[in-house]
Design a binder for this molecule. Structure first.
Ligand SMILES: *Cc1c(COP(=O)(O)O)cnc(C)c1O
Length: 383
């Protein structure tokens, strides 16, 4: 059986975790946490980063930092993970769901402006499969209407957006464009912090101090430890968002190997693409779309079939042949929890991806031979 996903170990995880355990400091914000945060800030130029216990927690911190009032509206794609919407709903906001594009599941920037009302406060683009949303277009709409932008970059580690905003084209890391961003290090993502983990990115200076306070249970403890204040206390809202040093140590082993991890994933992704392209042209399915403004971080390899029936039969065929292929999100706007709260608009592209998209196995320890085997099976199926 070829599983859909399998977490990868670089070999150093247990070593660094052992080091953390015997350093005698296990709680958060220790040596490994600081090392990981500095790495993100240096490699991607993020203004300030804070490790969190999950991507969901990083999104919740973003939502808290947006300082929403009841009735404020937040625009979120309907084709995403529950946490993208839930984080803002918990803050009393109204979630307004946006449709996906025809070309890929990302939020459609062209129809975005029609969703903005005087109550809109935040736009949350999700970089699905690590492929950038059209951030120039989204940031232009946000600036025009004085809105905050929170990037759900959970799947988007080491991926970039090619901005055409200024005269010279510039390459910006995803998570480094909006005011705030969230990454996930869940075991299904490209790199993991030992199963669960995340990162809050603060790009807008105005949020840096408050982010640290929210991270540390509403206290100014981080400032105290830096010697900036001589006692610390309760100063704001917050929760316990910092991971243990053991998780940070695990993450460090993965960050050290990120270039190797990314190169391997990309070679697997490209093998899929090259092998499946001749089948796709016959019209059986469509391949992933990477716009000219986006890079590929090989987070996921998906194909889109023509109907729910076609997808169900295809997944069944692969399963019978020992391959774990899986569908992805169900439309949040028609979920059991949200459908009665939704404003009734149809979101046809989102529904199409919910019905027709299927993800193929893609993980570091998958071999090129296995990818070729899966492609052979797919070739046989569509003949
Ligand atoms: C994985 C994921 C999340 C949640 O991250 P966790 O670390 O599992 O909490 C949020 N949004 C998207 C788009 C994701 O893929």
């Amino acid at each position: 059986m070829i599983n859909f996903n399998q977490p990868h170990l670089t070999g150093k995880e247990a070593h660094y975790m052992y080091e953390a355990v015997f350093a005698g400091k296990l709680s958060g914000n220790g040596k490994f946490t600081k090392r990981c945060q500095a790495w993100f800030e240096e490699r991607y130029g993020f203004r300030k980063t804070l490790l969190t216990t999950s991507g969901t927690d990083a999104l919740e911190m973003c939502a808290m930092l947006c300082d929403l009032k009841p009735g404020d509206e937040v625009i979120v794609p309907s084709y995403t993970f529950v946490s993208t919407a839930l984080a803002f709903l918990r803050e009393g906001a109204k979630v307004v769901f946006a449709d996906s594009m025809q070309r890929n599941p990302n939020l459609d920037a062209e129809t975005l402006e029609a969703l903005i009302t005087p109550k809109t406060k935040v736009i949350v683009p999700v970089h699905y499969a690590g492929v950038a949303c059209d951030m120039d277009a989204i940031m232009t709409v946000a600036e025009k209407h004085h809105l905050l932008v929170v990037e759900d970059a959970a799947q988007a580690i080491d991926s970039y957006y090619l901005s055409r905003k200024s005269e010279v084209e510039s390459q910006k890391p995803l998570g480094g464009i909006g005011h705030l961003a969230a990454f996930s290090f869940h075991e299904t993502k490209n790199i993991t912090a030992g199963g669960e983990g995340g990162l809050l990115v603060v790009n807008d200076e105005r949020f840096v101090r408050r982010a640290e306070i929210i991270w540390e249970k509403g206290t100014n403890r981080a400032e105290f430890f830096r010697g900036e204040v001589n006692k610390y206390g309760w100063v704001d809202m917050g929760s316990s968002f910092l991971p243990s040093e053991v998780n940070a140590a695990f993450l460090w082993a993965q960050l050290e190997n990120i270039d190797d991890i990314q190169a391997k994933r990309k070679s697997l992704w490209e093998t899929y693409y090259e092998r499946l392209a001749p089948i796709a042209v016959k019209g059986a399915f469509t391949l992933p779309d990477i716009p000219s403004y986006a890079t590929n971080n090989a987070h996921m390899f998906y194909i889109v079939l023509p109907s729910l029936e076609a997808r169900t039969a295809f997944i069944k065929y692969l399963k019978e042949n020992g391959v774990g292929a899986v569908f992805h999100y169900l439309s949040l706007h028609s979920s059991e929890y949200y459908k009665s709260r939704h404003d009734g608009r149809a979101l046809p592209q989102c529904d199409r991806y919910a019905d027709c998209l299927v993800r193929l196995p893609l993980f570091y320890d998958l071999t090129i031979e296995e990818v070729n085997h899966i492609c052979d099976l797919i070739d046989t199926y569509f003949q």
